[in-house]
Design a protein around this ligand. Structure first.
Ligand code: CP
Length: 308
């Protein structure tokens, strides 16, 4: 096995080879999850703490299932009901969890960059389960795994990511993974939800920024819709939801313009009827449930790599 990984905060420090290796390991983990007894002793005796300071369904539960399938002791920590409510700091909270024997912390936090602070104060391993608008590396890994499993490879795939790009941590981690594995990526959305093109191309020079979705559809292999964060409406970034849906919403008509082999993805949670319609989310090109299912195997693969 190649070098162990201590922390997973974003995909920026993952090489293409390491990502490929995790996706391969996820295949084996999927086989484990298909067995009658879905458990292997990789993390026996280790304690994984799921530390969530922000709401989550998919990420929190799939990390819990993944750690249990690897035989870890799993502890769920939520800020609500903890001493955080009495004013305990993030660093003191982590030191406390360390003193209680945490080996791996899986952390979600609303502040971009919070995992870097925690990693400096924790002797174990840290996995970022989403921080502010900065990064969501395991979502990107499960997205890559899903694309590869549906379409055979990532290299040269034409991937269109549409929606509230500016505020999305999913986009940023996907850009690292997709460009490293050789996909061609187009970001699409209204200018107010993308920002200046140079903001993106300074870091990822090969990507395209486009404001019209319809011309992209006939050439797309993957269309990934992002959650429209309705709170952006209040800050004046969108004039009207209905107008957004008319131009960027994934409707049955737009689905019909995709090539036969193309897939539709969404990291969830979805605003049905806004960025994606229910009949699209459940149609056969949609891989949205597979993304959720694959999240367990992919997170097992990452935990395995960090187990030491
Ligand atoms: N995609 C995602 O992170 O979903 P949750 O917020 O439900 O974990």
């Amino acid at each position: 096995m190649s070098e162990l990984r201590r922390h997973a905060i974003d995909l920026d420090d993952f090489s293409a080879a390491e990502i490929e290796e995790i996706l391969e390991t996820a295949e084996s983990m999927r086989e484990v999850l298909g067995r009658e007894i879905k458990q292997v002793p990789v993390l026996r005796g280790k304690t994984v703490v799921n530390m969530f300071f922000e709401e989550s369904t998919r990420t929190r539960i799939s990390f819990e299932l993944a750690a249990r399938a690897l035989s870890a002791n799993v502890v769920a920590f939520t800020a609500r009901g903890s001493s955080v409510e009495k004013g305990e700091s993030l660093v003191d909270t982590v030191r406390t969890l360390q003193a209680l024997g945490a080996d791996i912390i899986v952390m979600r936090h609303s502040q971009s960059g919070a995992p870097y602070l925690v990693a400096r104060h924790f002797r174990g391993s840290l996995i970022n389960a989403g921080d502010g608008r900065h990064a969501h590396p395991t979502q990107a890994l499960l997205d890559l795994y899903t694309m590869r499993s549906r379409l055979g490879q990532i290299r040269d795939l034409n991937v269109v990511i549409v929606g509230d790009v500016l505020h999305s941590r999913v986009v940023r981690s996907n850009l690292w993974g997709l460009t490293r594995l050789g996909a061609r990526v187009t970001l699409c959305g209204p200018p107010t939800l993308i920002g200046p093109a140079a903001f993106w191309t300074a870091t990822w020079p090969t990507i395209r920024i486009v404001h019209e979705l319809d011309p992209l559809l006939p050439e797309a292999d993957v269309v990934m819709a992002l959650r429209l964060q309705k709170e952006r409406m209040q800050s004046g970034l969108l004039p009207a939801l209905r107008e957004y849906t008319r131009v960027y919403g994934l409707t049955a008509e737009r689905l019909a313009r995709l090539p036969k082999h193309a897939i539709v993805m969404h990291p969830g949670p979805m605003n049905e009827g806004i960025e994606i319609f229910p009949e699209v989310a459940t149609a056969s090109p949609a891989a949205i449930e597979e993304q959720v299912t694959n999240g367990v195997a992919v997170r097992m693969a990452l935990l395995y790599r960090m187990a030491g």
